[in-house]
Design a protein around this ligand. Sequence first.
Ligand SMILES: [Zn+2]
Length: 127
Amino acid sequence: MLKRNDVLLVLGILLTVVILYIVRGLVMSGASSDYIEVRLDGKLIAEYSLDEDREEVIYAPDGGYNILTIRDGKVAVKEADCPDKHCVNKGFVSGQNETIICLPNRLVIKLCVDSDKTGITPDVMAQ
Ligand SMILES: [Zn+2]
């Protein structure tokens, strides 16, 4: 027969395990957070974390613009002055290595995971 104290002890241990799991889950999700690379004319001009909802206006060299929106870990081009509007029509994307391309403005938005990051650092330094 379990005594009352034993039951409390078991419950306490279970609770601790659950809390540890939740904390670990939060830490892990933070570490593997996704981000986007924004390239204009092939050059990396910005990186934005997908953890934070935001809106950015990207100006193309020839005066065009794209407004990109990050929401709930997804990214979309909300508005653009390009004639074809392919980038806007693509809507929200969130998959790894997905891209939104706006050919008229020579804009490429690529979704990346943190583990890719080391690969692009030398590239950025060289510019
Ligand atoms: Zn476009």
